[in-house]
Write a new protein. Structure first.
Length: 211
C-alpha cells in the first residue's frame, strides 16, 4: 500500500514538473514596436527644374515605428505645390515644338521611407533627423495646336532618389499616469526636408504625429 501511494505521489510530482517546464518554455508571440501616425503641411519654393511651384503642399497620413528612444522608421506620402507653367516652353528636358499651345503640370508626389534618429534635449523637446529613399512621380499635359486627333498628351516621369530631413520635436500631452509619453509618440514637428535628384525639391514642414 505504501508503495502504491509513493508511486502516485511520484507520478503527480512528475506531471506537475512537466507542466511547469512546458509553461516556461512556451514561446512568446511577436510584438510590434510602438507606432504613431503622421499628417501635416509643407511650404515649397518654386523650382522649375524639379517641376514644383511655390506654395502649400501636403503630407498625407503616414506611419512610424519607434524601436527605442533614438531609432525608428517612417513611411509617408508628400504632395508638392503645383507649378504654374503657362508661360514655359520646356519642362524636365522634354522637347516641344512651336506647335505647343499650353503646358499644364500636376502636383509632384514623393513616397518615402526613412530611418529616424531622435536626440532628446529636454523633457518636451528633441532633435530629429531622417534619411532614406523616395520614389518621385511627376506628370504634365502638353496641348498642341492643329492636332485634331491628339490635342493633349500626358507626359510622365518617375524614379528613386534620396531624401534627408532635420528638425525639432515638441512633445504634446502626457500619458494617463501624468508622466510624459516615452518615444515622443504625440508631438509637433518643425523640419526642413530635401529631396534629391531630377525631381528634387525642398520644403519647410509642420507635422503632427500621434494625433
Amino acid at each position: 500500500m505504501k508503495f502504491v501511494v509513493l508511486a502516485i505521489l511520484t507520478l503527480a510530482m512528475s506531471v506537475s514538473s512537466f507542466g511547469e517546464t512546458e509553461k516556461k518554455e512556451e514561446p512568446k508571440g511577436f510584438k510590434l514596436p510602438p507606432t504613431y501616425s503622421l499628417v501635416g503641411l509643407s511650404w515649397y519654393g518654386e523650382d522649375t527644374e524639379a517641376q514644383v511651384g511655390s506654395g502649400i503642399g501636403f503630407r498625407l497620413r503616414g506611419f512610424g515605428f519607434q524601436f527605442n528612444d533614438k531609432f525608428g522608421v517612417e513611411g509617408f506620402l508628400d504632395i508638392a505645390a503645383k507649378l504654374d507653367t503657362s508661360t514655359l516652353s520646356d519642362v524636365s528636358d522634354v522637347e516641344v515644338s512651336g506647335e505647343i499651345v499650353e503646358l499644364k503640370t500636376k502636383r509632384n508626389n514623393y513616397a518615402s521611407i526613412v530611418g529616424t534618429y531622435t536626440h532628446q534635449i529636454s523633457e518636451r523637446w528633441a532633435l530629429i533627423s531622417k534619411a532614406g529613399y523616395s520614389r518621385y512621380s511627376k506628370k504634365f499635359h502638353l496641348f498642341f495646336e492643329g492636332d485634331q486627333v491628339f490635342p493633349r498628351r500626358l507626359v510622365k516621369d518617375s524614379g528613386f532618389d534620396s531624401v534627408v530631413s532635420f528638425g525639432l520635436l515638441r512633445r504634446i500631452g502626457s500619458d494617463p499616469d501624468g508622466k510624459p509619453e516615452k518615444y515622443f509618440k504625440r508631438a509637433a514637428e518643425l523640419s526642413l526636408t530635401k529631396f534629391f535628384g531630377e525631381a528634387g525639391a525642398m520644403s519647410i514642414n509642420l507635422r503632427l504625429r500621434g494625433i
